[in-house]
Design a protein around this ligand. Structure first.
Ligand code: ATP
Ligand code: MG
Length: 553
């Protein structure tokens, strides 16, 4: 975008910090928990964190926030790295919160030694019962006054595996009457005898998010730790830990989570869709995941442009899916090779064109890109056209085919319809036309002007492919805010498979990941399951631009 954009609130903070000499350079991080695949909301956070580092010539780390052994897996780590690279970003350091377990343990010991943490034998229910409520102070735990020595010994024993899950926890000793409930002696460590995807069985105590995140930021000298708004109430605890531990003062800033219409974004919900087979895996082209969007044919440039356009906000809202589609069309228009495919075919016979003759027409690959060249498209006396391009009783402004009507076959000739055949059910089986010999595209001396141009594929030369058409995954704009289970709102027609579509022969060599515009039908991308024997195309997006229309209203 060319116009000068005003600074967002984070850029304002950073520019002030740099101007005041608070930091020599900024250091951000993207901290995914490896418990699922990245989605478009993460892409927005990636774009923000990596983008700020780039803009201000700072650094951005990739840190896996892997402190919960129950849900984390190496498969997710690999997919996350792959998606970030594909989005076009490079991290400065690759870190894992689990690499800091020893250091974090040391931090906890330091708090115990300062009299600021204690081991509590209360059950989760007891702890909750003593917590109080908003406006109602909590009550001190009976274990709160344990001596430093006893706490050190018990914490050590927790680490050594002497206790069962949930038998003990380590808590910060702050203030059970604090107005912010998160500061009423928050839990710092819990016992979990579980295998961790990186540390194996070395640990059976794991730090809580609040005792891992800020400290990890601090260890990495992160200057601006950007997270989503739900952590705003955690910020005082973030600051408290850093102050008490006297470590590098990272600061937390919050921005609003990005949501997209007609989908869900929480990894927990996406995992349900995968596990219950509502979709074909995390990278199903209907998923709002980065890998799903890639498989569908969305480009990294389109996603970056989308993130750039929506920017950041301090208040949550739902971004319209059609804005994302607009960005995808804009990019694909520049790079997708044009070609012809007939999705719902009916045969058109040119009665005055010699049978058995083939003409090799040269048709532009992409009128938007003068370097894209031309491709050869064979033409003969029988071609497939779309069923919807013919009407037995066409209305007045139908600029396609019907008895007596004329249309141009893209890149070829003008044809006029003068007969058609039907089967016993009334379905059109064949359309008969004559062609105007002098009307060949590029050398048209016929003097005839027609309003409509339709796409076609020569019957004798056609190849076949499977085409998958996608619609929104949910029937309602915001399935998470509806009554009942969000899965009740799944769109049952979100996938339509056309097993045998006729495509022009140049498409036979198409490789997975390649982008095409099928004339008048949309942008398509070769699916990852596609092979030379069985070509599969995903419709990335239709050509219609409903978002731009919305804007003009
Ligand atoms: P989810 O709710 O989807 O499970 P999460 O917050 O648990 O997401 P993390 O792996 O912890 O997922 O997220 C990594 C980073 O991405 C965090 O900094 C988080 O704030 C950010 N992030 C997650 N979802 C969104 C979103 N919808 N919009 C913007 N940023 C997001
Ligand atoms: Mg999270």
């Amino acid at each position: 975008m060319s116009e000068e954009k005003s600074l967002n609130f984070l850029e304002e903070i950073i520019e002030k910090d740099l101007a005041e000499g608070k930091y020599k350079y900024i250091h951000t991080r993207f901290p995914p928990e490896p418990n699922g695949y990245l989605h478009i909301g993460h892409a927005s956070s990636i774009h923000l964190n990596f983008g700020l580092a780039k803009k201000y010539k700072g650094k951005c780390n990739l840190r896996f926030d892997d402190t919960n052994p129950t849900t984390e897996e190496t498969e997710y780590v690999e997919s996350i790295k792959n998606d970030i690279k594909w989005l076009g970003f490079e991290w400065d350091g690759e870190y894992y919160a689990s690499d800091y377990f020893e250091q974090l343990y040391g931090f906890a010991v330091k708090l115990i030694n300062k009299g600021l943490a204690y081991v509590d034998d209360s059950t989760a229910e007891e702890i909750a019962a003593l917590k109080g409520n908003i406006g109602v102070p909590g009550t001190n735990s009976p274990y709160r006054e344990r001596t430093v020595e006893e706490n050190l010994r018990l914490f050590q024993e927790m680490r050594e595996g002497k206790y069962k899950d949930s038998e003990k926890v380590l808590r910060a000793k702050i203030d059970m009457a604090h107005p912010n409930l998160l500061l009423r002696d928050p839990i710092l460590y819990r016992i979990k005898h579980e295998h961790h995807h990186r540390t194996g069985d070395k640990w059976c105590i794991y730090p809580m998010y609040d005792f891992a995140h800020g400290q990890s930021d601090s260890i990495e000298n992160i200057t601006h730790s950007i997270c989503t708004l739900e952590f705003i109430h955690h910020r005082p605890l973030y600051d408290w830990c850093i102050q008490q531990l006297e470590i590098f003062p990272s600061h937390q800033y919050e921005f609003a989570r990005r949501n997209l219409s007609y989908t869900v974004m929480s990894k927990r919900k996406l995992l349900q869709l995968v596990n219950e087979k509502h979709v074909d895996g995390w990278n199903d082209p209907r998923m709002p995941t980065v890998s799903g969007m890639r498989r569908r044919g969305y480009t990294a440039a389109a996603l970056r442009n989308f993130c750039d356009t929506i920017g950041i906000a301090k208040r949550e809202n739902v971004v319209d899916l059609s804005l994302l589609e607009f960005c995808v069309r804009e990019d694909l228009n520049k790079l997708a090779t044009r070609s012809m495919a007939v999705l719902d075919p009916v045969k058109l016979v040119i009665t005055n064109y010699p049978e058995g003759q083939t003409e090799n027409l040269e048709i532009e690959n992409n009128p938007e890109d003068e370097n894209s060249g031309k491709r050869t498209v064979p033409f003969s006396n029988e071609v497939w056209i779309e069923r919807e391009d013919f009407m037995e009783n066409p209305p007045k402004k139908f600029f396609r085919l019907g008895m007596g009507l004329m249309v141009r076959l893209k890149g070829a000739y003008i044809v006029q319809c003068n007969d058609f055949k039907k089967d016993e059910n009334g379905n059109i089986t064949e359309i008969h036309c004559t062609y105007i010999r002098e009307s060949r595209s590029g050398n048209d001396t016929s003097g005839i002007h027609v309003k409509g141009t339709i796409h076609w594929v020569s019957v004798a030369h056609a190849k076949t492919a499977e085409v998958r058409l996608y619609d929104r995954l949910f029937r309602v704009e915001d399935p998470s805010s509806e009554d009942g289970d969000f899965k009740d709102y799944i769109n049952p027609d979100s996938l339509q498979v056309l097993p045998q579509v006729f495509i022009e022969p140049s498409l036979a060599a198409a490789k997975p990941g390649e982008h095409f515009q099928f004339l008048r039908k949309g942008y398509f991308c070769v699916d990852t399951d596609s092979s030379a024997e069985k070509l599969i195309f995903n419709r990335t997006v239709t050509l219609k631009d409903s978002w731009a229309k919305e804007q003009k209203k």
